[in-house]
Every structure is written in C-alpha cells, then in structure tokens.
Design a protein around this ligand. Structure first.
Ligand SMILES: [Mn+2]
Length: 195
C-alpha cells in the first residue's frame, strides 16, 4: 500500500492528470506546455525523490495563469491524499538551499491548516514562458490544497532562473523531510491527537 495519489481535474480552462508517489526515486514525466515549468516540476520530483507524472492541457492561448495555478491545486490535493492519515509522519520539514548566488529558505508544517508566506522578489517579468509572478500563485495553490503551512523566503539571489529553481528544490527537500515517517511517532505528531 504505497503513499500515492492519482488525480484528474477538468475545467473549461485546464485538463490535468497527475500521479504522485511520495516514496519514489525521483522519476518524472511532465508535460504542461510551459518549458520552464516542466523544468521546475522535474526538479521538484528529482530532488524530493518523488515519482511524478503530470499531463496538463491548459488555455495557454490566454496566458500561463490557469495552467500553473490549477497544476498547483492538483499537486496540493495529491500531497494531501498521499500523506493520508498522517500517522507517524514527521510533519515538519525545512531546507535552506543554495543555488549559486541564490539562497532559498523553505519551511513546511503539514498541519492541516493552510497558511502561506512568500517573500521573494524577482527582477524579470518572465523566465522562458513562465511569468515570475506565477511562482507565488503556484505555491499559494499548493499550500491551500495540501492544507499545509508553507513559508518560502529568498535570503539572497540575483538570477531569476536560479531563484525560482532554488525555490522548487527547497520546497522538494522540505516536503521530502516533512513526509518521512518516524517509528517513534506512534500516532500523529500533535498534542491534539489529530492533524
Ligand atoms: Mn535550471
């Protein structure tokens, strides 16, 4: 019984199929129609050691907004489904990830209460076809759909490609840690007894 999720979501704006295995080895097959976004989701899978399949047909004739935001919603929902009852889950994860001149902090609490803090400024409007302002929208969607507390902060960085890739890798590493289990945690890691 693996910690996996498979979600299909179809609206008038996007058609998304996504498969996630939290206990994977970093295998990814990603096709969103946005090259740089594919590069980021591949990085997320590789560095988090998740297996990830994503197929998105979005209304890219409008812009990338719906495609990226809805992929975030579906990835978040898949994370929530895959962690299941959160028994023995470490719950917290964090990473300070360097990528050349960029340094990105990411902290996660799989608390069941969505909260999102994003502090990273960009100096370019887009990297490839990806509008840099969509990075915040993507992670906002992930955090709410996964019901996680997610903090992302740029500690330093100049190159927009590095900053964004650092964010996706830091998120992957923090999520990998938060989704590990610890046999010492007999139930869920909460004095309330529920997460
Ligand atoms: Mn790159």
């Amino acid at each position: 019984m693996g910690r996996t999720a498979e979600i299909a979501r179809v609206t008038n704006e996007t058609d998304i199929r996504l498969k996630l295995n939290l206990d994977g080895t970093g295998k990814a097959a990603v096709r969103t129609g946005i090259g740089f976004f594919d590069h980021m989701l591949n990085s997320f899978a590789r560095h988090g050691l998740f297996d990830l399949e994503v197929e998105v047909k979005g209304d890219l004739e409008v812009d990338t907004h719906h495609t990226i935001e809805d992929t975030g919603i579906v990835l978040g929902a898949a994370i929530k489904e895959a962690v299941g009852d959160k028994k023995s889950l470490k719950r917290y994860g964090n990473m300070i990830l360097p990528m050349d001149e960029s340094l990105i902090l990411c902290a996660i609490d799989l608390s069941g209460r969505p909260y999102f803090v994003f502090d990273a400024a960009f100096t370019a409007e887009r990297v490839g076809q990806l509008e840099t302002e969509m990075v915040k929208e993507f992670f906002y969607a992930v955090s709410y759909a996964a019901e996680m507390n997610l903090h992302i902060r740029k500690l330093s960085g100049e190159n927009n490609h590095h900053i964004i890739e650092g964010i996706f890798k830091a998120f992957a590493k923090a999520l990998d840690e938060a989704t590990q289990t610890d046999p010492r945690i007999m139930d869920v890691l909460s004095t309330k007894g529920t997460l």
